[in-house]
Design a protein around this ligand. Structure first.
Ligand SMILES: NCc1[nH]cc(CCC(=O)O)c1CC(=O)O
Length: 317
């Protein structure tokens, strides 16, 4: 194949030109895409060029629940791949809808960074130190519900926007605290602003949190990108996302899921489902084979459903 011109009819980008990586232009997306680009170049020697793609989710001020959920960030990047404007894209895995898109390969799921949620509070405060009625910003139903379970007195303020924007609400004094993904803070070089890092036992993360998904259309490119895949992270997030899919939870439902490898062969998956108000919640864990993450995801989802998860998600309060 080497030496064949890129325009000879093969959709596979020839080795002579840089691979075009489509990315949102937010600081976090640029950091994530940059990390993947560097890792790919280090592993394969291929040059990677970042191509900015503006998504409706970036320009709209509307609530995500109104404009179609986090899928809006993903769709514009996918369109750019389908159109051939870019060769591949990097997404935060937790933003990917669970349904597999037609004609695209989930070529790599990168080794997971921190799965934790983190509190960024004024004056170095921890959750337990916040005064009664303190204003805590988050737009995620899961975070709202799980925070309310621990501190029913808090005033949850629904905010959205990039991680920097959200953290800046604390800097400016609008809010006493925000809850964001630690992985996001770390990738922005702002991890030291976290005043508390929540273990999964306290706030169970979102399915896929901390992992990046690398997606492309061309099968040969998918083989090249697979060098970035972490099989253990893939097994964990497949278990988490299967659970989410079986629960049929929209991205707005308060659902958490987190799988860890107990050893090379055994995965433990914990799932949580709650009412948005945090008035009621269910949480349980099962273990299963690393080689069969879908079965584990289904098992945890079915156990949650058997305990009344569907009613909780519909309750709305
Ligand atoms: N919902 C937006 C989003 N998607 C991915 C991350 C963080 C990075 C990650 O989870 O890998 C964030 C920010 C946040 O949740 O605070």
């Amino acid at each position: 194949m080497s030496g064949s011109p890129a325009d000879e009819g093969s959709p596979a980008p020839g080795p002579e030109r840089a691979l075009r990586l489509g990315t949102r232009a937010s600081t976090l997306a640029l950091a994530q895409s940059g990390m993947v680009a560097e890792a790919l170049t280090a592993a394969t020697g291929r040059a990677v060029e970042l191509v900015h793609v503006t998504t409706y989710g970036d320009t709209s001020r509307e609530a995500l629940s109104v404009i179609g959920g986090t899928g809006v960030f993903v769709n514009a990047l996918r369109e750019a791949i389908y159109a051939g404007d870019v060769d591949f894209a990097v997404h935060s895995l937790k933003d990917l809808p669970t349904a597999a898109p037609e004609g695209l390969h989930l070529a790599a799921i990168t080794e997971r960074a921190a799965v934790n949620d983190a509190l960024v509070a004024r004056d170095g405060l921890k959750l337990a130190d916040l005064p009664a009625g303190a204003k805590v910003g988050t737009g995620a139903a899961r975070r709202m519900a799980l925070l309310k379970m621990i501190r029913p007195d808090l005033e949850i303020v629904p905010i959205r926007g990039n991680v920097d924007t959200r953290v800046n609400h604390v800097r400016s004094g609008d809010l006493d605290a925000v809850v964001v993904a630690l992985a996001g803070l770390q990738r922005l070089g702002r991890a030291e602003e976290a005043t508390e890092v929540f273990g999964p036992d306290v706030i169970l993360p979102s399915p896929g949190q901390g992992a990046l998904a690398v997606e492309c259309k061309d099968p040969e490119l998918a083989e090249l990108l697979a060098v970035l895949d972490s099989p253990l992270t893939r097994a964990a997030v497949v278990a988490e996302r299967t659970m989410l899919a079986v629960l049929e939870a929209g991205c707005s439902a308060p659902v958490g899921g987190h799988a860890i490898a107990l050893d090379d062969n055994v995965l433990s998956l914990t799932g949580v489902v709650a009412t948005v108000s945090g008035s009621r919640g269910l949480r349980l864990s099962h273990a299963g084979a690393v080689s069969e993450p879908e079965a584990l995801g289904r098992r945890v989802a079915q156990a949650l459903l058997a305990d009344g998860a569907a009613e909780l998600m519909e309750a709305g309060a």
